[in-house]
Each structure stands twice: as C-alpha cells, then as structure tokens.
Design a protein around this ligand. Sequence first.
Ligand code: NAP
Ligand code: GLV
Length: 308
Amino acid sequence: MSLLLVSNHRDMAPFKAAIEKIDSNIDVEIWPNVKNLNRVQFAVAWRHPKHVFSQYPNVKVISSLGAGVDHLIQDKTIPEHVKITRIITSSLADQMSDYILTACLNIIRKTEIYLEQQKTGKWKVHKTYKKDELTIGILGLGELGSKVTKRLLINGFSVAGWSRTKKMIEGAETFAEDELTDFLNRTNILVNILPLTNQTEGILDLGLFKQLKQPAFLVNAARGEHLVSEDLIYALDTGLIKHAVLDVFSEEPLPESHPFWGREKITITPHVASITDPDEAAELLVENYKRTLSGMALLYEVDREKEY
Ligand code: NAP
Ligand code: GLV
C-alpha cells in the first residue's frame, strides 16, 4: 500500500519527510513519480491536475492538504465511492484568527491610509473607529469561523455570525441560513470564511453589499470565487464599501493586469491567511491513512452531498 502526495503548486517533500518521521514504514510517494499505481489507497491533494486520480484504480480516500475541499468536490472524475477528508489543526484556526484580527484592527486604526500618506511624507491625523462602533459579521461559523469569532470577542469587538444551522457562541449574536438579511443589516466589517460550494459561489455581490450597515468593509479569506469582482469595484468606487482586504482570488497568482492591483482601497495578500504546517498535518494524515487501511471512520470526513 502507498500514500500519494499530489500537487502542482506546493512542494510536497516536507510533507513526505514529516509523515516518514512519524512512521517510517509508510511508503510515501510524490506525484508524478509513482512506482506502482495500483498500490495507492490514500492520496493527499492540493490543486491537483484534473483527471489525475483516474490513474489510481484502488484509491479509497483523498485528503485535501488544507481546510478547503472545493478543488476535490469540483473534480467530477473522482468516483463517488472515494471518501474525502481535510486538514483541521489548531494552527490553521490560530493563523486564520490572527489574520482576521489584524485585518479588523487595521480597518479601525485606518492603517492603510497612513501607509499611503507615508509614501508622500504626509502628516494628517484621521479619526479612528471605536471597537464598539462597528460590528464584525462572520460568514461561516465552522472550524475556523468559530475560533475567529472567539478571538475577536476576547479582543473587545462586537461580533455577529452566520451559518447554515444556528450556532451558540457566548458573547456573539448568531444567525441561521434564513436570517442572512438580519445578519447583514447589523454588520459593518463583513468577514468571509465560508466553504466554496454551489450555494456560496458568488455570494459576495452587490445585492449583499447593499444590505450591510454603513460604514461597510469586506475581508475575504475563504475563496476568490465567493466574490463578484466587478461588484466589489463598483461598491468601492461608489463608497458602498470603504475598504476590502482580500487573501484569495479566483485566479491565483492574481494576474498582473488584474484591476484589483494598485487600488488604494484594496489590500491584497497572496493566499497566506492560514497555511498548512507539514508537521501538524502529518499527524492527521498518518491517522487517517491507518484508519483507511483498517476500515475505521475517518477524521474530518467531508459530506460530498453538502460539498463541505
Ligand atoms: P467548515 O468547518 O466546513 O465550516 C463551514 C461553515 O460555513 C459552517 O458553519 C457552515 O454551516 C457554513 N456554511 C456552509 N455553507 C453555508 C451556506 N450555504 N449558508 C450558510 N452557512 C454555510 O469550514 P472551515 O474549516 O471553517 O473552513 C472554511 C473555509 O476557509 C475553507 O473551506 C477554505 O475555503 C477557507 N480557508 C482559507 C484559508 C486561507 O488561507 N485563506 C485557509 C484555510 C481555509 P453549518 O455549521 O451549519 O454547517
Ligand atoms: C487554504 O486555503 C485551505 O483551504 O486550507
């Protein structure tokens, strides 16, 4: 049996080393250098080439290398019987909480304006927002969103959260799927940490922006396909949204010619909000590999019907 690591984008050597450090008996191979295609039962994928899994007739489980599984759900060549899992670690939630907290603090302290002013040696004081003046609304209260909410709460922010099924998080105001309008109407800083599914694709559009409380801001740390780019540009140009912090894009790397570059009202980071750590991920991958071989229930298995 072997465990296959597949990615077009990420160096898989550190993951192989981390898995072998935990259990040197596991035969770990890195695509495309696979000795025997029939021996692969467990695969780990990040932005894999489409159709690649049709070469491995005995694969039973594919784990995403990250928290998101949209790249696997969207690959219709993966047979229905193949189970999909994902990586959830405390460091993924911790990094995401740091990223969102930083973005929100920068918004209330108007950091971007001062960075612009510094370029021309301009000394001008701007009134900051008080923490209790703006409500942060979190789209998605899952493994990451719930931790982000708690981090914002302990830092003194007012937080609201929206998820398909209503959640209880002490100190936060929470809303279920059919309460989106109520949630948006009290949200100033909208933070997206939803999974990308058929239902959530394009959710960040003009209709949604118009329902936000003013002044309004956007932080997208989930997937680029959640956002309708032209609608964001219109919302920024008309003042409907004052500033956007974007970590994810429908095309990555973001092409040089993209209109988002060079806009003062957009802060761009290159998909770094939360990065899977090889040592932490290896613990979970080895556990799920062993569960696969012994037919046990997997950790963090994805519901392929729900798409997350
Ligand atoms: P998760 O545990 O699966 O949680 C998803 C949350 O979204 C749940 O609360 C779920 O509601 C809610 N949700 C799903 N579909 C919905 C819908 N149609 N309407 C309302 N709520 C809906 O996901 P996670 O682990 O927190 O990760 C979220 C996403 O973050 C990933 O899918 C990935 O795209 C992104 N991510 C980005 C980075 C980065 O570096 N930028 C890093 C890691 C992850 P229920 O609770 O009711 O099911
Ligand atoms: C990163 O984007 C992830 O899904 O873990």
